[in-house]
Design a protein around this ligand. Structure first.
Ligand SMILES: Cc1cc2nc3c(=O)[nH]c(=O)nc-3n(C[C@H](O)[C@H](O)[C@H](O)COP(=O)(O)OP(=O)(O)OC[C@H]3O[C@@H](n4cnc5c(N)ncnc54)[C@H](O)[C@@H]3O)c2cc1C
Length: 380
């Protein structure tokens, strides 16, 4: 494993960071307040190849190696302060584009992937339900076989990108099949009769990423919209989660780098008791810990990307990357707030938003407790 980026990866990282700094994150404070998604910014990300980063080139994607994707996403997080937009891109890439290119039929890939890769369409993964959160095997949404395909009934909650999405991968349980072979994944377009997207939910953080419930009432899904095999939904979900846990926080590496730089400047410039606050060991320790957390998170995520670039399974590493980086980002965001003192707590200074945004990372894609449980299954 090489810790240095190749010249091409460095240039991709720089190109995306500059693009993001110049083109994204405008009016962020107002959009955060109003819970407004940056649709123009999304399309600009599409034009830069970010919404198709992981899709094969033949379907309009970047056809990138996982380490290249990491270089691009770290650049995105560095340049784009809109963590909600970065998160929406992650949900789209790992929850929808990835399962589609891994399990889709040629016809499904030809139809969906170019639209998703260009950013014209937005994708989402609808798995969670009222009684199926951490216990995702307890999905109750039903799929009843019909002459043309399946009829779905159920209710999905907390679905990122649902209010703005064009296609949803919906997990449902096939009636009449044994428990462990019954979960299926379906590709459902937003205008399909019987599918209803609820209003946007208000959240404490990631407020510029849209989230809502999805209701399915006698929703007819044609057979050709089954993704993968009948009963293959659990495998599809696990593979999507491996990628998502491994790379959903890749932008947070760039964010933590930026937070560190902002705090370094602050502790050199802000004076109390006649000296720069960075001269106080207890303040300097916060900067040291920010650096340690950033570098250790980089190691976990880069190891995951390196294993995937070698086409190896990396479920333990994915959970470790997610667990470690989510905790690191939260602690770093809290330290950044404290280093700025009272000014860090004032919303208009745009320091506290990162902490609100970071807190959700302990919950989505499986909570920290669930990541520990997965790691323990491999190790203990
Ligand atoms: C910002 C955000 C975006 C999301 N996006 C999506 C999305 O796009 N698609 C989607 O399908 N879902 C999405 N979710 C839902 C998310 O996947 C679930 O919230 C998450 O899996 C936890 O499930 P739960 O909320 O039902 O909590 P619960 O499962 O009820 O857990 C509550 C608490 O109990 C703990 N717990 C539960 N079981 C165990 C156990 N066995 N051992 C130890 N502790 C346990 C949990 O760790 C947690 O602390 C999103 C959530 C958030 C916050």
């Amino acid at each position: 494993m090489d810790f240095a980026w190749t010249a091409a990866q460095s240039s991709l990282n720089k190109k995306i960071a500059e693009f993001a700094q110049n083109e994204l994150g405008h009016d962020l404070a107002a959009r955060d307040r109003g819970q407004i998604f940056d649709s123009a910014g999304w399309l600009r990300c599409g034009a830069m190849g970010l919404t198709g980063l992981c899709a094969p080139a033949e379907y309009g994607g970047g056809g990138h190696d996982p380490l290249d994707m990491l270089a691009a996403l770290e650049g995105l997080g560095y340049g784009c302060r809109d963590n909600g937009l970065n998160f929406s891109i992650g949900a789209h890439l790992w929850g929808c584009v990835t399962p589609l290119y891994l399990f889709g039929t040629p016809k499904q890939k030809e139809y969906f992937l170019p639209r998703l890769s260009s950013g014209e369409w937005i994708g989402a993964l609808a798995a969670s339900e009222a009684d199926a959160g951490s216990d995702i095997n307890n999905i109750q949404t039903s799929a009843t076989p019909s002459a043309q395909g399946y009829i779905l009934n159920g209710h999905k909650i907390m679905i990122t990108n649902a209010p703005i999405g064009h296609v949803f991968i919906v997990l449902a349980r096939l009636e009449g099949k044994s428990e462990n072979k019954s979960v299926c994944a379906f590709l459902i377009e937003k205008d399909t009769p019987g599918l209803q997207v609820g209003p946007s939910l208000e959240k404490m953080g990631l407020r510029t990423a849209m989230m809502s419930e999805i209701h399915l009432q006698n929703c007819h899904v044609p057979r050709e919209n089954l993704l993968g095999a009948e009963g293959g939904g659990t495998i599809i979900f696990l593979q999507a989660m491996e990628w998502e846990r491994g790379l959903i926080l890749a932008p947070a590496l760039g964010t933590m780098q930026r937070q560190l730089q902002v705090c370094q400047a602050r502790v050199r410039q802000r004076r109390q008791f006649g000296q720069a606050i960075g001269q106080f060991q207890r303040v300097a320790d916060k900067i040291v810990d920010m650096h340690m957390r950033l570098e250790s998170s980089r190691f976990f995520i880069r190891k995951f990307a390196w294993l995937k670039s070698k086409k190896r399974m990396a479920q333990l590493e994915a959970s470790a990357a997610k667990l470690h980086t989510s905790e690191a980002w939260i602690h770093t965001s809290q330290a950044a707030l404290e280093i700025h003192g009272g000014m860090g707590y004032i919303t208009e200074n745009e320091i506290e938003r990162d902490l609100r945004d970071a807190l959700g990372s302990r919950i989505y894609s499986g909570t920290s407790e669930i990541q520990r449980q997965i790691i323990a299954q491999w190790l203990a």
